[in-house]
Design a protein around this ligand. Sequence first.
Ligand code: PLP
Length: 391
Amino acid sequence: MKQSADRVQMLPRYLFAEIDKKVREAQEKGVDVIKLGIGDPDSPTPGYIVKRMQEEVASPRNHCYPPDEGLKEFKEAVAGYYKWRHGVELDPHKEVLPLIGSKEGIAHISFCFTNPGDVNLVPDPGYPVYGIGTMLAGGAAWRMPLLKENGFRPDFSSVPAETAHRAKLMFLNYPNNPTGAAAGRDFFEEAVDFAREYGIIICHDAAYSELAFDDYRPLSFLEADGAVHTGIEFGSLSKTFNMTGWRIGYAVGSSEVVETLYRLKTNLDSGLFKAVQYAGVEALTNPLMESFVGDLRRMYQRRRDVVVGALREMGWPIEPPRATFYVWAPVPEGFTSGQFVTHLLEKTGVVVTPGRGFGEYGEGYFRIALTVDESRLAEAMERIKGAVQYY
Ligand SMILES: *Cc1c(COP(=O)(O)O)cnc(C)c1O
C-alpha cells in the first residue's frame, strides 16, 4: 500500500499510548486503577436536555440536513446567553456559528487563515489541537510559554516583533487547561492591544467558562474593549452541561472571521443534527441552567478541595485553582513528568497526565482531572499519601 501523506506522518503518535499500556498491564494484574488522566465529565447530561433531545429525535422535521449556517434558534440562544451572562450583544446571524464541538472549529480555523510559512502563536502548555491544526494547515506554531511566575499567562512582550508580524492567529484559553489559571479584563485588553498592533486574529477557547469556584465568574474574551473586532471565542456545551459526546459548540465574535469559518465548513461538513441543536437551545435557555451549573460547580469545588488539601498535607506548594476541573501540580524533584506518572501508577494504581504531554513548558508538572467522584478521589489521595512525598 502507498504511504500515508506527510501531514499525517508528522502527527504525533497517540501521546498516552505508553501510559495506556501500563494501565492495561496493571489492570490485568488485578490492580484497581483510579483514572485521573482524561478530563471527561463523569456525571450525566441534565434530564431536561435529554428529554428535549428525545422529543426532537422523534420529530420528522429534524431528520433532514440542517441549515448550513446553523439553526436560527440555536444561534439566537447563544446570542441570548452572551447577553445575559456577559452583557455582550451579538448578531445571531453574522456573529454566531454552530460547531460540531469546539474542537472542530479550533482545528479548522487554521485552514481559514494560515498559509504554509505563516506562524500561529500557541500557548505552551496547552490543548494540543491549537498546534496540530496549525501544522496541518502548513503553518508553524510559535510557542508562548505559560510560566508560573506570570500566572500561567503569556508575556506578549517576549514575542519577537518579527514573529508577531508573521503571526496570523493567536490561541488563548482561559480558564486554562491544563493549568487551571484564570484571566481577567486587563489581560484580555492587553491581548487585544497586542493583536491589533500586528493584525493578529485572537482565537479564545472558553471551554471552561462556566466551571469556576467560590465567587469567581470568568469573563468572556468578548467583554474586552475591541475584542469583537479582533477575533473570536470558541464556546462548548461539553463541559458546562456534561455533553462531551453530543458534539456541540460554537464560534462567536468578529463577523469576518465567523464568515470565513462558515465558508470553509460548508465545503467540508453538513452541520449538526438538528435535534442536537434544539437540545443546545434547551441547555442555554432553560431557567434550570443556573441551578444545574451551580450544583456542578459545587461538586467540582468539593473535589478540588479534597485534592488540593491532600497535596498540601504532603508538602505540595500549590494554590487551589479558581476554575476548570483540573489541578496542575509540580512533580517532586528528581523526576521528569513522565517518570513521576509511571512511578505513581506503579506505586498507587493512580493515573494522572504528565505535563510534557501539553508541550515542553508542561515538563515538571502533572495534571489531575477531577472527573471521578469524591470518595474515589479521596481514596486516590490516601494511596498517594502512603507512597510519595513532595520533598
Ligand atoms: C474539552 C476541551 C475542548 C473541547 O470541547 P468540545 O466542544 O467537546 O470539542 C476545547 N478546549 C479545551 C481546552 C478543552 O479542554
